[in-house]
Every structure is written in structure tokens, then in C-alpha cells.
Design a protein around this ligand. Structure first.
Ligand code: SAM
Length: 285
């Protein structure tokens, strides 16, 4: 591993550039070589791959990605980090740094321009304040992405892998499990970052499914049913469906679909599996 995970080196480079980590951008730089190796191994990168890194920071993960991959496209929102990245990654000719907000970046255009429209592998130590919007954006838009290997807050990783019966189960769990096969790679202590965050973290890999894991006639309707259920998770499913404006269903119609799906009339949405939500959505059509 290079110097970029060494806290003394990081402090020196930040001082030289008169730079302070920005809380508003969720900046917690990785300082643990073992975790860096875990991420690189889990992402399963070869010289054939183009990697999209979200938030390279000072370039710690970027450097290791560039050693393993054909090329790395790194999108960083903070313009003050760009001179630092240019200095720290000076030796690499296979890294492109884009100074942009990932939520305003055309990822499809990146795959077209840098990877002949072939799928990218996404790898990141994600900024925690926008983890869910980033993951949802990557999945819902059906972008050319093969896998997403990311560091997230531990609790968010649990939400991605859990099923009915857990308090963590919700719309994020169902979306992640619809589009991908998630796998927890390892837990990461707060001590592995500088500055130290207030939460523990987890590396998770989401392998994008070629076909969604359940079949439905109307995907948009499926996700409306899911949102309706978790918007008011303490309410019965029939009330949740009826109260959710974008669904626009009458109580009788909702009750009929629930009965036709074989669920009890006072079932709560939070007890349904993805497969059961798919059955419900098809019966609401
Ligand atoms: N990859 C570095 C590491 O592992 O040490 C830094 C990770 S730090 C947790 C998150 C990084 O994402 C920061 O560099 C931050 O500036 C950047 N970031 C925050 N919001 C972003 C956004 N909307 N688009 C792109 N980068 C963003």
C-alpha cells in the first residue's frame, strides 16, 4: 500500500494545502491498509475493468484501484481536493478526476466515453449523508453497472440485507434486493478513519442482477406499493395503500387485492417479502 493511508502523511499533505476535512461532504478518510485490501479484493477488479469511484477524497482508495484496474474515473464534489488529488495521484496515467456532484453526473455517458458502453464497477467509501440517494440513483436508472462495492454506515448495510420481521426492513432493503444480490464483506471500526466518524461502518457488495429477482407486470406500481406500506409502517396494509396518494386506490380495491393475494385483511406491509409485494402489485392492476 502507498503512503496515502498513513495518518502522518495525510496530515502533512492536508497541512501543506491548508485543507481541513469538510463535515458537510461527509469526509472521513480511510487510514487502514487491511480494509483497503478487503475492498479491492471484494470488488474483484482486473485490468479489463473500468472503475467508477465516488468521492476519492485525497486518493487513498483511488491509488489502489488504479493499480488493479484498467482505468479509474473518480468523481469528487469538493473542488479544493482536486489539487491534492493531482499531487497524490501524479504517478498514474489511468486515472481521470471529474470535479462534480455524483448525483448530477451522467454515469451512462461515462460508460460510453470511457468503457465502450460496457458496464462499470462502482467502488467507493461513500459520504454517509447521501448514501441512500446515491444507491437508489445507481439502481433505479438501470445504469450500465456490474457491481457496487461500497463502505456505508453499518446500520445502512443491515437495512440493505435484511428481510421482514426486522425493524431495519424497509424500502431500501426491497429496492436493493430487487435489483441486486447484496453481500456483507466486513465490518469496519470508526478507528479506521481520519477524522473518526461517530458510527461504525460496513463494506457491502451489491452484484447487479441480470434480471430483477422477482417478475412483476408493472415495476412502478410495485415500488408505489412498497412506499405506501413503509410510509405508514404502523398502519394496516389496506390503510397504507388507500392513504398513499400516488397509488390512487379506493379502500375496496385495496382490500380486494389483499384478499386475492392470500394475505389476511389486517396484514401490515412490513411483514411482506419482496415476492409477496410482487403478487400484491400484480393483483392491484
Ligand atoms: N475515498 C476517500 C477515502 O476513502 O479516504 C474519501 C471518502 S469520504 C467518506 C467521502 C468523499 O466523497 C469525500 O471526498 C467527499 O468530498 C466526497 N463527496 C461527498 N459528496 C459527494 C457528491 N455528492 N459527489 C461526489 N463526491 C462527494
Amino acid at each position: 500500500m502507498g503512503n496515502l493511508s498513513n495518518p502522518t502523511y495525510i496530515s502533512a499533505i492536508l497541512k501543506r494545502h491548508d485543507y481541513r476535512a469538510q463535515k458537510k461532504y461527509g469526509q472521513n478518510f480511510l487510514i487502514d491498509d487491511h480494509i483497503l485490501s478487503e475492498i479491492i479484493d471484494a470488488a474483484d477488479i482486473t485490468k479489463e475493468d473500468t472503475v467508477l469511484e465516488i468521492g476519492p477524497g485525497i486518493g487513498t482508495l483511488t491509488e489502489e484501484l488504479a493499480k488493479a484496474a484498467g482505468q479509474v474515473i473518480a468523481v469528487e464534489i469538493d473542488s479544493n481536493l482536486i489539487p491534492i488529488l493531482e499531487e497524490s495521484l501524479f504517478n498514474f496515467s489511468n486515472i481521470t478526476i471529474i470535479n462534480k456532484d455524483i448525483l448530477k453526473t451522467d454515469i451512462k455517458a461515462i460508460a460510453e466515453e470511457y468503457n465502450d458502453e460496457k458496464p462499470l464497477k462502482v467502488v467507493a467509501n461513500l459520504p454517509y449523508y447521501i448514501t441512500s440517494p446515491i444507491i437508489m440513483e445507481l439502481l433505479e436508472r438501470r445504469l450500465p453497472i456490474e457491481s457496487i462495492t461500497v463502505m456505508v454506515q453499518k446500520e445502512v448495510a443491515n437495512r440493505m440485507v435484511t428481510g421482514p420481521g426486522s425493524k431495519d426492513y424497509g424500502a431500501l432493503s426491497l429496492a436493493v434486493q430487487y435489483y441486486t444480490t447484496p453481500k456483507i464483506i466486513c465490518d469496519v471500526s470508526a478507528n479506521c478513519f481520519m477524522p473518526r466518524p461517530n458510527v461504525d461502518s460496513t463494506v457491502i457488495k451489491l452484484t447487479v442482477n441480470e434480471e430483477p429477482s422477482v417478475q412483476v407486470k408493472d415495476e412502478e406500481l410495485l415500488f408505489k406499493c412498497i412506499r405506501a406500506s413503509f410510509n405508514q409502517r404502523r398502519k394496516t396494509l389496506v390503510n397504507g395503500l388507500r392513504n398513499y396518494q400516488p397509488l390512487n386506490v379506493e379502500r375496496e380495491q385495496a382490500a380486494e387485492a389483499i384478499e386475492k393475494s392470500g394475505f389476511s385483511k389486517d396484514v401490515r406491509g412490513e411483514t411482506l417479502s419482496l415476492k409477496e409485494f410482487a403478487i400484491l402489485a400484480d393483483n392491484l392492476l
